[in-house]
Design a protein around this ligand. Sequence first.
Ligand code: S6P
Ligand code: ZN
Length: 197
Amino acid sequence: MTELTSKFKSFSTMFNFETGELDPKGRVVTRKLSHMNKMYLDQDAADALLEENPLIYEVFNVEVPETIAHIQHCVTILYPGKVGDEYFMTKGHYHEVLDRAEIYFCLKGKGQLILQTQDGEFDYIEMIPGSVAYVAPEWAHRTVNTGNEPFVFFAAYPGDAGHDYGGIETEGFVKLSIEKDGEPTIVNNPRYNRDRK
Ligand code: S6P
Ligand code: ZN
């Protein structure tokens, strides 16, 4: 009889429902406004806020190997706020291995999961505590905080997925989420060029 052993051990991480953080914190990614240079549409509003340089979001990544055998998982805290009329958001990305899917589980706060394909197809999902969203393979994804408190969500995705921020850093998504008459509203992004490739 063959005896199978694994060099990896199972383990757990603790989510803190008060702070939204993981314990241990793992690999922490911190994004302030200065890390998102020119990603918001209203550049004058961004420049005015830059002196304060608010913390937009933090990601607590549980450290597991980046191979297909493993499942990356992390918690993102996306803080409330706006740059001009545009809600605080994550950068957004495709997975480097394009056909890798992802699951988002909203734990606190509220927001939107903004989705698009490389052909410019667009979709979005409203997220409230309890929402479990499935990001299908090949869809870029970004989150937007449309509330007044931190929007906190757990994510899990294949270990080898990677991140491709590419064109999203310069021209953004096909549509933007802004506040209009006090309500979250999806509008076309004038900077998006679907003919780029
Ligand atoms: C990873 C997953 C999330 C984001 C995080 C920050 O595949 O989608 O953990 O990395 O929410 O967003 P971004 O776009 O700056 O990586
Ligand atoms: Zn992702």
